[in-house]
Design a protein around this ligand. Structure first.
Ligand code: NAD
Length: 269
């Protein structure tokens, strides 16, 4: 129940009806008797500046989870960024300090890594293929480098995105080998779809079936898409004997990181 004393969190994007965070957060708040609530905000694209100003002035707002399409827009407008959010040019969480200062971070990669570790994946020394070099693909690739992966192969329909991300990783993680060429999936320890391919209504694969047929059993295959829960990509991987990780698992696994950033610890799924 929201009352006059309730502290608010928001999730902002457009569209917003599909997001699961309000449910996850509000169930947790209720279970732990916390006088807090998360609200969804479907923001008009012409009003990002006004929204940022409103956040600065909004005293009972703890912060905001940021989703598509505002991760880059908001990163340009907050007052302070973590090193990784600055490098990636992207935020998925903003905390409001008591004086109205807005601080941004990008914890998508943490969520991915928590979920992957829970599947027994060891990032140190790993060779990974990341399909999609946009916001979430960049965060995953960064996190893999941060945790000791030795090689990251990147592929995207838009070659300029792969080039930009490779250059960024080469600057911050010069020891990691990055590439874009691969014929087979046999050499990878991890294969991640970080593109929207496979969302409900688009039952496509992000890689050709001939390439999917080269997956080795036992490899971890992950998808960032949250609906459907098990995408066609994951179904094919499972049939090939691979371990699979869903987009929902990744989203849930960053719950604790979001809570810690918002200074709402301990916040666990
Ligand atoms: P984005 O638009 O920034 O990036 C998507 C990238 O995928 C683009 O660079 C695009 O060119 C590329 N792409 C599209 N089709 C492709 C294909 N066939 N092959 C290779 N690359 C292709 O979007 P984003 O913010 O990175 O989000 C991507 C997806 O991740 C969305 O579906 C989003 O809902 C989901 N997501 C999930 C979580 C989670 O916790 N599970 C978190 C954030 C985002």
């Amino acid at each position: 129940m929201i009352s006059g004393t309730t502290e608010l969190l928001a999730i902002v994007g457009s569209p917003i009806a599909q997001v699961k965070s309000p449910h996850n957060f509000n169930v947790w708040f209720e279970r732990h008797g916390k006088d807090a609530s998360m609200i969804p905000i479907d923001l008009d694209s012409g009003s990002v500046d006004q929204f940022i100003e409103a956040m600065r002035a909004w005293r009972n707002l703890r912060g905001c989870v940021v989703t598509v399409p505002y991760k880059q827009d908001m990163a340009r407008r907050v007052d302070q960024l973590s090193d990784r959010a600055k490098a990636l040019g992207c935020v998925n969480v903003i905390r409001r300090e008591a004086d109205g200062t807005l601080i941004g971070d990008m914890v998508d990669g943490d969520g991915f890594m928590n979920a992957a570790r829970a599947h027994g994946f060891e990032p140190k020394g790993a060779r990974a293929l990341v399909i999609g070099a946009g916001g979430v693909g960049s965060a995953i690739a960064w996190s893999l480098c941060e945790h000791g992966a030795t090689s990251i192969t990147l592929t995207d329909l838009d070659a300029s995105r792969t080039q930009r991300l490779r250059a960024l990783l080469a600057t911050h993680y010069p020891g990691v080998v990055t590439g874009s060429d691969f014929a087979s999936l046999a050499s990878f320890d991890l294969v991640v779809n970080a593109s929207p391919v496979g969302m409900s209504g688009h039952e496509m694969l992000p890689l050709p079936p001939e390439q999917m047929a080269t997956l080795n059993a036992g490899v971890l295959v992950a998808d960032v898409v949250t609906s459907p829960d098990v995408t066609r990509f994951l179904e094919v991987a499972r049939e090939a004997g691979c371990r699979i990780q869903t987009g929902a698992e990744m989203a849930l696994a960053q719950f604790g990181n979001l809570g810690a950033f918002m200074k709402m610890t301990p916040l666990e799924a």
